[in-house]
Write a protein that binds this ligand. Sequence first.
Ligand SMILES: Nc1ncnc2c1ncn2[C@@H]1O[C@H](COP(=O)(O)OP(=O)(O)O)[C@@H](O)[C@H]1O
Ligand SMILES: [Mg+2]
Length: 380
Amino acid sequence: MLKIGILGGGQLGRMLLQAAANYPVETYVLENEDDCPAAHLCHHFTKGDIKDHDAVLAFGKGLDAITIEIENVNIEALEELESQGVKIFPKPSVLKTIKNKILQKEYYRDNQVPTAEFVVSDSKQYVSSMEHFLPFVQKKATGGYDGKGVQVIKDAKELDNAWDGPAVLEKKVNIEKEIAQLVAINEKGETALYPPVQMVFDPYLNLLDHQIAPADLNEKVLWKVEAISLAVVRNFRSPGIFAIEMFIDKQGDVLVNETAPRVHNSGHHTIEAHYSSQFDMLWRIMLGYPLGNTDAILPSIMVNIIGAEGCSGKVQYDGLAEVLSIENAFVHLYGKKETRPGRKMGHVTVLSKDKQELLHQSNKIKRTLFARSGTPSIQL
Ligand SMILES: Nc1ncnc2c1ncn2[C@@H]1O[C@H](COP(=O)(O)OP(=O)(O)O)[C@@H](O)[C@H]1O
Ligand SMILES: [Mg+2]
C-alpha cells in the first residue's frame, strides 16, 4: 500500500482523507494542532510545524508521496525529499512560484497568460509614487489569504493606507464575474477540466458568500477560460489539482487572478454535485489511477458556514436540524472545536436543476445556520 502524507490538517485535509477511505492508501498528516479537523481521520498523525525544515524532512522520509493543503510550507525540505524520490503533488517548483504573488504574476506574464496589468513594489514610498496607476489593488507578496493581504487603493487620498514591503500593484479590474476553474493533471500530462464555478464574495468580510456551479458563461468566454486554464497548468509541468481564479471583465475579457495548486474551497461542491470530486480526483492522480469524470450530476450552490460576528470560543450550531431538512442539502462541519468571527467552520452544498431554487435555498441557509459560541464575546 502506498504511504501518502498531507502537510496541514485543516478542512481540506479532512475532506481529502474522507475520500482516501475509498482507496488502498496509508495516510499521514503533519500539523501543529493535535485536535485539528484532519487529525482523527488519518492513519498516522504527526504533531509538527509544516513551515519547519526538519519537521517536514523527518515527516517525509519513507513516504511515497506528499501533498499539501496550504502553500505556506517548507519548500526547501520538499525539494530535498523530491530529490530522494518522494513524489510531491504539486512539485515544489510550482509552490515556489505560487507562494509569492510577485513570482506568480511574473509567471503569467512570462507565459503569455492574460492577467491584470501590474507593477512590482518594494515599499510604501514606491506605492506613493504610483498615483498615475490609480485605481489599483495592492497585494502583499507573501502571507495573504482569504482577502487578508489585499487592499484596493481607489484614489490619491488612499495612497496613505498603502502597506510597506514587497507587493504587487495590480490595475483594478472592472469585474463582471469572478469564476474558478478546477483542472486535474496526472503524471502522464492528461488533463480533466471541471465546469467553471461562479464565486460571489461578501463585500464586508471579503470571504466567499456563495458559489454556483456551473457558472453561466457564453460559449466564447468558456472557450477562453478553458484555453487559459490549460496554459496555466501545462506550463507548471506538474501533476496535481489546480484551482484557477479568474475575472471576467465588462468587455468579456478573461484575466487570471490567482492559482491555488491544490484542492480548493471553490471545489467543495464537487463532493456531491460531480461524479468525481476534487478530493477523489487528487487520490486518483497520486495513486496512478485513471482520471475521474468531472461532469456535474446536477447544478449546485455552496455556502460556507462562517463563525458568527461577536462569537469566540467553544462552538455550537444553531439551525442545523432545519438545514438538514432541506431536500438535497449536504452539510459538512469541519470539527473545529472553537469558533471565531469569520472562521470557516463548515459548508453546505445544495443540488437542484432549478437555479432560482438554489439561490432561494442558499439564502435560507445563510439566515438559518450559525456557528456561535455559548457566550458571546461582545454583548450585542
Ligand atoms: N485586480 C483586481 N481588481 C479588482 N478586484 C480585485 C483585483 N484583485 C483582487 N481583487 C478582489 O480581491 C479578492 C481577493 O484577491 P486575491 O488576489 O484573490 O487574494 P486572496 O489570496 O486573499 O484570495 C478577489 O477575489 C477580488 O474580489
Ligand atoms: Mg483569491
